[in-house]
Design a protein around this ligand. Structure first.
Ligand code: CMP
Length: 141
C-alpha cells in the first residue's frame, strides 16, 4: 500500500441531480481525502482531449456530448492505495454490474451516465490530475 493521488470527475448526470454532496460523503467515508476540487463546464475540445484514448470507440461522440451537457466536479483524491480504492467504491463502469453500496450502484443511470470517473493507473492518474489542476491548486495537508 502506498499514498497515492487519483483524479475523480463527478459527471453531469450526478451534478444535475444535486448529488455532489452524497458522492463526496461516500468518498470521505472510504477514508479518501478530497485535496482539490472545482466545478467546471467542459468544452467539446477539452472533453475530447481528456477522453482521447476512446476516440476510435463507437461511444466516443455520445460520451463527449454527455460530458459537456452540464457542469462537472473535478477532484483530486488522496489516500492509501487511492487509485484502486476509488475504483472499488465507484463500482463497475456499467451500473448493472456494480456492487451494492458503490457510487455507481447507488446513483448511475446507465453505462454512459455513470455518475463518476476515476483514474485507472498511476501513470494515468498523474496525467489526468495535471490535465485539470496546477500544482498550486493541490493542497496536500
Ligand atoms: P469513464 O470511467 O469516464 O471512462 C470512459 C467512459 O465511457 C466510461 O466511464 C463510460 O461512462 C463511457 N462509456 C459509454 N459507453 C461505454 C461502453 N459501451 N463501454 C465502456 N464505456 C462506455
Amino acid at each position: 500500500m502506498s499514498e497515492q493521488q487519483t483524479l475523480s470527475i463527478i459527471k453531469p448526470d450526478a451534478t444535475s441531480r444535486n448529488l455532489t454532496g452524497q458522492v463526496n460523503t461516500i468518498i470521505e467515508k472510504s477514508g479518501l481525502k478530497i485535496i482539490a476540487q472545482k466545478r467546471i463546464k467542459l468544452t467539446e475540445e477539452i472533453a475530447g482531449k481528456f477522453y482521447e484514448v476512446h476516440r476510435d470507440k463507437p461511444f466516443f461522440q455520445d460520451l463527449v456530448s454527455f460530458m459537456i451537457s452540464g457542469p462537472v466536479i473535478v477532484q483530486v483524491l488522496q489516500g492509501n492505495n487511492a487509485i484502486a480504492l476509488y475504483r472499488k467504491i465507484m463500482g463497475a463502469t456499467n451500473p448493472v454490474e456494480a456492487e451494492v453500496g458503490t457510487i455507481r450502484k447507488e446513483f448511475a443511470l446507465s453505462i454512459e451516465a455513470n455518475s463518476v470517473h476515476g483514474s485507472d493507473s498511476i501513470e494515468n492518474a498523474k496525467k489526468e490530475i495535471s490535465f485539470f489542476f496546477s500544482e498550486t491548486e493541490i493542497i496536500k495537508n
